[in-house]
Design a protein around this ligand. Structure first.
Ligand code: SAH
Length: 244
């Protein structure tokens, strides 16, 4: 899978892609990330990427021409590439959207700065506006990294065990159960005895119930769209959950 990023800060991405799962995927040629400097697509002597807003007001707005030019160059290479604009007004990024995006071979991410990007780019060149949360960042770069990280771990072969992503929080609409590792006792804090029993059926049941319980306690609204079977519903009812 290929991510092309359009940004005025291409070096922003250097260190973040150098470690962990994403770096291994890049080395294994499963994933490629290219950051393009928007200034390389400017048309004037000063390499201008932003200008004052029409109608007045604070701040600067990113000019349409350099972004348009960059998109044309990238689209010429692969016309099927999807264009995503990072924007606090966009569709809220979640695990389901990460799964949808992981189906594409190639995504182009536009990172805004200042007051954002000239509206005509969104209107004419963008397939999806995407927000990583209901807050305003100073630029789209961190948002793009969130998307790259969450989407890459869903591409086949990126995570060690193929199934690890399937068991993560949100994949079936629930939060993940608590995890423990050695030592068995630390500062008098013990690991739940059942996890040491070797009884896989009991452990699976405990984990499911923990997932259900945690989701009910911390994010009850997730239960409305989670994949629940009869036993799950019974267990949740025993905790006091009432589906309306
Ligand atoms: N004036 C704009 C905010 C611009 S923030 C407004 O009020 O809506 C500058 C840039 O940061 C945006 O163009 C966008 O690319 C990025 N950005 C900020 N918050 C974001 C978020 N929650 N999700 C995705 N991108 C975001």
């Amino acid at each position: 899978m290929l991510f092309d990023i359009i940004t005025i800060f291409p070096h922003f991405f250097d260190s973040c892609l150098k470690d962990g799962v994403v770096q291994r995927a890049i080395e294994a040629d499963i994933l490629k990330v290219r950051a393009f400097n928007l200034r390389d697509f400017t048309v004037d002597r000063h390499r201008t990427t932003d200008d004052r807003p029409f109608g007045g007001g604070e701040g600067m707005v990113m000019k349409p021409e350099p972004i348009y030019k960059a998109l044309n160059v990238l689209k010429e290479e692969s016309p099927e590439a999807r264009v995503i604009l990072m924007s606090p007004r966009g569709r809220l990024f979640d695990q389901a959207l990460a799964g949808e995006l992981a189906q594409f071979q190639r995504l182009i991410l536009i990172c805004g700065r200042y007051e954002g990007v000239d509206e005509r780019i969104r209107e004419h060149c963008v397939d999806l506006e995407l927000s990583v949360g209901n807050y305003v960042l100073s630029g789209g770069e961190i948002a793009a990294l969130v998307v790259i990280d969450a989407v890459s771990r869903l591409i086949g072969g990126v995570l060690g065990g193929e199934s690890s992503a399937e068991k993560d929080s949100f994949s079936d609409g629930l939060l993940e159960f608590p995890q423990y590792t050695r030592p068995r006792v630390f500062n008098d804090w013990e690991v739940p005895e059942l996890l040491l029993s070797g009884d896989h059926a009991k452990i699976a049941k405990w984990r499911r119930e923990q997932s259900l319980g945690l989701t009910y306690e911390k994010r009850p609204e997730l239960l409305d769209s989670a994949q629940l079977n009869k036993k799950d519903i019974e267990y949740l009812r025993s905790l006091g959950w009432r589906k309306d």
